[in-house]
Design a protein around this ligand. Structure first.
Ligand SMILES: C[S@@+](CC[C@H](N)C(=O)[O-])C[C@H]1O[C@@H](n2cnc3c(N)ncnc32)[C@H](O)[C@@H]1O
Length: 193
């Protein structure tokens, strides 16, 4: 399988081959964060790519929003498009090397970008990075893919098994406000320590 390292992802951005990028904040994620009353919470968006949700959050008063993205071209693009976003909240590094504690980790097509062999590490790392009353929330593909990934999907049962090993409360619901091409193919995850 292709080695899914930072160099691989950087080359995708350099080639302009970024079909995962929807170009705007995902409506399902906005719907979720719009319900949050406390705008002082710290939010991490791992594998943020062009960071549309992060920019939206910051611009809407969630001033403690952080992105983690290891492809320098994606980060440079984000910085150019959002010069007001605090540079210290842009972490250009490997997600698995992050430290710190967040109230919310927001997922979109990052899980599906990592080697399935590293899924437990992903769940464990998210748990480590969350405050006791924090949560991991976001979108997951509702099915495995027939073609070799990325993206890599999974079934609801597989997600339940994976996240239940690290989180005490795991909810997975059908996403009702997916973008058109992903309609009926996404689950909304919320996991609490
Ligand atoms: C499929 S893209 C999704 C980007 C964004 N979440 C979106 O929905 O548009 C996956 C992103 O995760 C980043 N990535 C993959 N593994 C990473 C890691 N270990 N640490 C930081 N970023 C990573 C890639 O560089 C890429 O930008």
């Amino acid at each position: 399988m292709t080695k899914l390292d930072a160099r691989y992802w950087q080359s995708r951005y350099q080639e302009g081959h970024t079909p995962w990028d929807i170009g705007y904040p995902a409506p399902a994620l906005l719907q979720y964060v719009e319900q949050l009353e406390d705008k002082s919470i710290s939010i991490l968006i791992p594998g943020a790519g062009f960071g549309h949700e992060a920019a939206w959050l910051y611009d809407h008063g969630f001033s403690h929003t952080w992105i983690c993205e290891w492809a320098p071209s994606a980060v440079e693009s984000f910085k150019m498009r959002h010069p007001n976003f605090p540079s210290e909240q842009i972490l250009c590094q490997d997600f698995f090397s992050l430290t710190g504690l967040y109230n919310l980790i927001l997922e979109q097509t990052f899980f599906s970008a990592i080697d399935p062999l590293n899924r437990e590490d992903y769940a464990r790392k998210c748990r480590q990075l969350l405050q006791m009353d924090g949560r991991l929330a976001g979108l997951l593909f509702a099915h495995p893919f027939e073609t070799p990934g990325p993206p890599f999907g999974a079934t609801r049962v597989q997600y339940e098994q994976l996240f239940s090993a690290f989180f005490s409360q795991v909810s997975l619901r059908d996403c009702i406000d997916s973008i058109k091409p992903r309609e009926g193919r996404e689950l909304f995850l919320e996991a609490r320590p």
